[in-house]
Design a protein around this ligand. Structure first.
Ligand SMILES: Nc1ncnc2c1ncn2[C@@H]1O[C@H](COP(=O)(O)OP(=O)(O)OP(=O)(O)O)[C@@H](O)[C@H]1O
Length: 255
């Protein structure tokens, strides 16, 4: 499913925290949202997953405006992994992941054998099958992050939104998660700080700066040395990675 963002503006405290942002994420691609702290990445994602109504503008998922969909219909299309979660401390990991099945179930419908299979497949996919019976709140930050990704995968949506998914993860787990996300064949929109990861793992990038879309397109078109210097204040170059041959962004302090 395609995600179409048209003229999104969000005003708060008399200022535009997003100003007239338009962007399309095509099916089967990974779109990276990049930009300095406070540039509006999370706000943009929140508008897509209906946590925030924009002041003006629209978000369409497969031609349907998200606020015209029921919460259930929206949950069948879009899954999200964010940094802030407010989950009851006593839930087990399997119970947390099973929540991903809720948009597909009727009120008070019990979990089926197929739901259990989906939960365990999703946990296995993120390397957390061993933790199914553990208490979610007692996991490490990185383990919790992987469980929340499993919950999103168990939701079986076409669109996956990720807000800083590699936070808390060690470098091996970061690369594993990014490889997994890239192989999913979903419409993925991911807010990501690490520009090296953004270049290596995203098909397209959207660079936000003070709530405005500064540039969008292929990573090499967006992260030119001039743009990186202007927006982030560092020198940069995109070079072939010595180990993988993939494009790789290297940075150095401004000279
Ligand atoms: N509800 C709100 N009321 C007022 N200002 C807000 C609100 N939500 C976000 N902001 C402000 O909007 C700006 C954009 O915030 P947002 O969290 O979208 O940025 P971000 O690019 O995700 O930042 P970071 O990289 O630091 O996570 C920030 O200046 C933030 O303080």
């Amino acid at each position: 499913m395609k995600v179409d963002i048209h003229g999104l503006t969000v005003k708060a405290d008399d200022r535009n925290i997003l100003g007239d942002v338009s962007l399309t994420a095509e099916p089967g691609t990974v779109t990276g949202l990049i930009g300095p702290n406070g540039s509006g990445k999370s706000t943009l994602l929140r508008c897509v997953y209906r946590a925030l109504r924009p002041t003006t503008g629209r978000v369409l998922i497969n031609e349907d405006e998200v606020w015209r969909l029921s919460a259930r219909a929206a949950g069948q299309r879009t899954a999200v992994v964010t940094q802030d979660h407010d989950l009851d401390n006593s839930f087990s990991v399997a119970e947390i992941v099973a929540m991903g099945r809720l948009p597909h179930k009727r009120l008070l419908e019990r979990d089926t054998a197929s739901d259990h299979d989906t939960v365990h497949e999703a946990l296995a996919r993120v390397g957390m099958a061993w933790a199914a019976g553990r208490v979610f709140a007692r996991l490490s930050g990185g383990e919790r992050q992987r469980v929340l990704l499993a919950r999103a995968l168990a939701q079986h949506t076409s669109v996956l939104l990720l807000d800083e998914p590699t936070n808390h993860l060690d470098i091996g787990s970061q690369l594993e998660l990014l490889e997994l996300v890239r192989a999913l064949d979903l419409t993925v929109v991911v807010a990501i700080h690490d520009l090296g990861h953004a270049v290596a793992y995203c098909d397209r990038l959207a660079l936000l700066c003070e709530g405005r879309l500064r540039a969008a397109g292929a990573p090499e078109e967006v992260l030119t040395p001039a743009t990186v210097a202007e927006v982030f204040g560092v020198r940069s170059a995109i070079v072939p990675h010595p180990l993988t041959g993939r494009p790789h962004l290297v940075t150095a302090p401004a000279g």
